[in-house]
Design a binder for this molecule. Structure first.
Ligand code: DAH
Length: 358
């Protein structure tokens, strides 16, 4: 191998040795710099003849170009390596499944309550909220259910270790019916002027203000099996006026059921029953005419014409005010709507069950 070829090889090896751009520039100086080997060889031609200069110069130039090419290739190589390192460091594994945030959602019973509220609101009912820890007066006595009355055992509930003003312990309300008297009392107070004007009117021209309300909420009883839970929900309804009848109850409740279940294919039945706070009283049963529940009577609410004693406790004249009340079970409505057969599933908090309603 001649001297120039071996110089090119030496340069290639030196460039290959350089592991970073700065090292490569140092190596370049050794061969192509002002004091580098190529420059030295050029200088060394001074003593040669013109012909020799020509051929020697051409040969040195070939070597110089080869070294420059090696340098450029190595520069590119180092830049590529650096880029590759950087890409690897910043790599994103796009095949890794993302972390999903579990979406929250409404409980199926909450959905039912919202539905009930929306439907009754559209029929002009107010929506009222009240205490779950109740006085004996509101839960029972005001509803024509005095102490020691056997009807109280229909609603055996939990008691709190604190006595109310009447000297009887507070209870966890066994139904939403106390809201009838609570709401009516508040309403009569709030619109006292109108109620008084109506009461004082003997000409029959002043219309008495109506009471139209639903009161959904939590209720409690000493009860626990597949269709009863110690904590459950009820929704009370009350419509009182001068001329509100069972016919209105039937229209309102039929309308409600058909809207709630999104089906005109259901009929209602009023089955005689007893509640201390209504007279007469009825259980409301519904029957679907088609679909998976067709043909069976399903009890959905208790109802009746508000008892005169209850109207009196509302602060109203039972000779003037008449109307109906009902109490339904949103949990049961939810079971029917979604085809759930065990009430406890609603309150276990198992997301495998609950997330199916989202
Ligand atoms: N409070 C009753 C219960 O829990 C249900 C009920 C029946 C409510 C008749 C009413 C009614 O308003 O008129 O069993």
């Amino acid at each position: 191998m001649n001297e120039l070829d071996s110089l090119v090889d030496t340069a290639r090896a030196a460039f290959a040795e350089a592991k970073a751009p700065a090292e490569l520039e140092n190596a370049k100086a050794l061969f192509l710099g002002k004091a580098g080997r190529i420059t030295e060889l050029m200088k060394g031609m001074a003593a040669l003849s013109v012909d020799e200069k020509k051929s020697r110069g051409a040969a040195i130039n070939v070597a110089k170009q080869a070294i420059e090419a090696a340098l450029t290739a190595r520069r590119q190589q180092l830049a590529d390596d650096e880029l590759a390192v950087q890409l690897r460091a910043e790599a994103l594994d796009v095949s890794l499944p993302g972390r999903r945030r579990v979406g929250g959602g409404l409980h199926p019973v909450s959905r039912t309550l919202e539905r009930i509220e929306a439907i009754f609101s559209s029929m002009g009912f107010d929506v009222a909220d009240g205490p779950e820890v109740e006085s004996d007066w509101h839960s029972f006595t005001s509803l024509n259910n005095p102490p020691n009355h056997p009807a109280r055992s229909m609603q055996d509930t939990f008691y709190v270790d604190i006595d109310g003003e009447d000297g009887i312990p507070y209870n966890l309300r066994p139904h939403t019916s106390p809201m009838q008297v609570r709401y009516a009392n508040q309403h009569v107070k709030k619109y006292a002027a109108q109620f008084e004007a109506a009461a004082a009117d003997t000409t029959g021209t002043v219309k008495a203000p109506e009471i139209r309300v639903i009161a959904p909420g939590r209720t409690y009883r000493v009860d626990s099996d597949a269709t009863h839970s110690p904590m459950f929900h009820q929704c009370e309804g009350l419509w009182l006026g001068e001329n509100v009848s069972f016919k209105d109850l039937k229209v309102v409740f039929t309308d409600f059921c058909r809207t709630f279940f999104e089906s005109d294919d259901l009929v209602l039945r009023f089955r005689p029953s007893f509640f201390p706070f209504t007279e007469p009283s009825a259980e409301i049963d519904i029957q679907f005419q088609s679909g998976p529940l067709a043909g069976r009577w399903l009890e959905v609410a208790g109802s009746g014409q508000v008892h005169p004693n209850v109207v009196r406790n509302m602060g109203l004249d039972p000779e003037r005010y008449i109307g109906f009340a009902f109490g339904m079970g949103p949990d049961r409505l939810t079971m029917l709507r979604y085809g759930v057969n065990d009430l406890r599933l609603f309150f276990d908090g198992d997301l495998r069950f609950l997330s199916q309603f989202q």
